[in-house]
Design a protein. Structure first.
Length: 116
């Protein structure tokens, strides 16, 4: 059973990584992901402000697919999150991601217009 929810979020950072490493037992661990860091409000009587939480949105090529190198930070986004459980633990997985209200910037920068 799964449950999906759509969230509006402010993305304040993006990272992408692909590679491998050896764990303590010598086993090779592969990784390949793109993560967005979104603002999350702190709660509680003695808490103020915001924190960030990382959400994996796909493999490392998602960085290029969403053209993050040309999107100005911070930006608004829409995340569709699927919540699943095995009865003991609950997991959240981003199943859809969309940049909202911003077209990717010119990847060559504003000076490229003069050269054109």
């Amino acid at each position: 059973m799964s449950m999906d929810a759509v969230y509006s979020a402010k993305v304040v950072g993006v990272t992408s990584a692909k590679g491998s490493f050896k764990d303590d037992s010598g086993k090779v661990i592969e990784y390949d992901n793109t993560k967005v860091f979104v603002e999350i409000a702190l709660r509680g009587e003695t808490a103020r402000g915001i924190a960030t939480e990382a959400f994996k949105i796909g493999p490392s090529n998602a960085y290029l697919a969403h053209r993050f190198a040309t999107v100005k930070l911070p930006f608004d986004a829409k995340l569709t999150v699927r919540k699943t459980t095995n009865g003991r633990e609950t997991r959240e997985e981003v199943i859809a991601f969309e940049v909202v209200g911003q077209a990717p910037a010119n990847p060559l920068g504003p000076e490229s217009k003069a050269a054109a």
